[in-house]
Design a protein around this ligand. Structure first.
Ligand code: ADP
Length: 399
């Protein structure tokens, strides 16, 4: 039967191609390509399975290669060709002969369909991967230009602000005897101070983002640093009758860090504790030694500083996004120029700055909360995990 089948296939080649292409027109492979495949099919008749598979694989590599659209078209064409051969065999031979002929070519046709499908999906996967890589690069570029824009905008805002302040100072000097004007000028002065803080935050966040922030390491005591920050925010807490309580750390907590930067990070978190806690509430700061199994020659584990408030809480789905730049989840209409007003959202730079500083020190910061509820105030806890260095650490290469 093998020789008969080969002869029949050769005789039918042209017809099989025309009928197949007629059923599925506008395919990338043409008649010559189909004829070439049919000659592979003819060569495989009567040979071992391994040989048949090798022949089909080498055909697929040369005929399809890395052409994804061609692979898809071959998947369709081969299925139709298989049907056409089956139909024509039934017409040309007795049922027994047709069945025996079919057994000899069925495997080869199936291998070819599998190869085309495999190549198509491989290419689709690699296309997808390279597309994802492109998207990632684009996203990185977008993030970088956003950061640069923030830095440029902050620098540009400084100049007009200085001019405004200059004129305000002249006015103040010339209107010393006018108490009403003096009140207005005080108001302007407060506004300028707040603008300076916001511009400073914009510069800080861009430096941290571009990883150009420099840490001036020195030996510090974490509890003392927290107490210093508490001192500086006490009057704001008092004005809102929120109790700020620091529980003494009963363990060695000297480490190395940049005290000014750490104070800035802690201030942001303590001021948020105040801002999102109603009058009469409480913010408690405590500390615990953690990750003691990671102790090395230079590292005595970590301190988990917890800042727990009795405020409005945070929705679980926002626990991570609040650390992103401009990640303020409050309605923009509630934004306030005051930095202490209850729920007075700001530009959303405080937590990204705090995270940037803490991570630059090799630490971590995250938030926990049962949820957001302005009526029942379930509260939030901010964890600041700081490494306890026994010697000044070498700066990580990217900071
Ligand atoms: P800002 O306070 O300027 O909006 P932050 O980056 O400091 O920006 O905080 C981002 C957001 O995280 C805030 O807008 C607020 O919704 C939420 N948030 C921060 N701290 C707390 C807290 N202690 N309790 C509840 N929500 C908080």
């Amino acid at each position: 039967m093998s020789e008969n089948l080969k002869l029949w296939l050769r005789q039918q080649s042209a017809r099989l191609c025309t009928d197949t292409l007629h059923r599925v027109p506008n395919m990338l492979p043409d008649e010559d390509d189909l004829i070439q495949f049919l000659s592979v099919l003819v060569d495989s008749v009567g040979t071992l399975r391994e040989l048949q598979l090798a022949k089909v694989q080498s055909w697929a590599l040369t005929a399809i290669g890395h052409d994804a659209p061609a692979a898809y078209d071959w998947m369709v064409l081969l299925r139709v060709l298989k049907e056409e051969i089956g139909r024509k065999l039934e017409n040309a031979f007795t049922p027994t002969q047709a069945l025996s002929a079919w057994r000899q070519i069925d495997d080869v046709l199936t291998y070819a369909i599998i190869e085309a499908t495999q190549l198509a999906s491989d290419m689709q996967r690699s296309e997808l991967l390279s597309h994802m890589e492109q998207l990632r690069t684009q996203q990185e570029k977008f993030k970088e230009s956003k950061t640069k824009f923030i830095a440029v905008a902050a620098h540009e805002l400084k100049t007009p602000l200085t001019i405004l302040e200059g004129y305000t100072n002249i006015l103040r000097a010339e209107t010393q005897n006018d108490p009403q004007l003096h009140i207005y000028l005080e108001g302007l002065g407060n506004g300028f101070r707040r603008m300076h803080e916001i511009i400073g935050d914009m510069l800080d966040v861009s430096l941290l983002d571009l990883r150009t922030v420099e840490l001036k390491y020195q030996e510090i005591n974490l509890e003392r640093t927290i107490l210093l920050v508490a001192d500086s925010v006490d009057r704001y807490y008092a004005s809102r009758r929120v109790d700020l309580k620091i529980i003494p750390f009963e363990f060695e907590n000297n480490t190395f860090g940049d005290p000014e930067k750490l104070k800035k990070a802690l201030t942001k978190i303590l001021m948020n504790g105040l801002k999102y806690t109603p009058d009469g509430g409480q913010v408690v700061v405590s500390g615990a030694l953690v990750r003691q199994d990671e102790v090395t020659e230079d590292l005595a584990g970590f301190v988990d500083i917890q800042v727990r408030d009795t405020g409005i809480g945070i929705d679980p789905e926002n626990l991570e996004s609040i650390f992103e730049k401009f990640g303020s989840i409050a309605d923009a209409s509630l934004h306030s120029s005051s930095k202490t007003k209850f729920k007075g959202g700001g530009p959303g730079l405080g937590l990204p700055i705090a995270r940037g500083i803490i991570e630059a020190h090799g630490g971590r910061v995250w938030a926990e909360s049962p949820g957001f509820d302005e009526d029942n105030c379930p509260g939030s806890t901010f964890h600041i995990e700081m490494p306890i260095w026994l010697a000044s650490p070498k700066l990580p290469s990217d900071f």
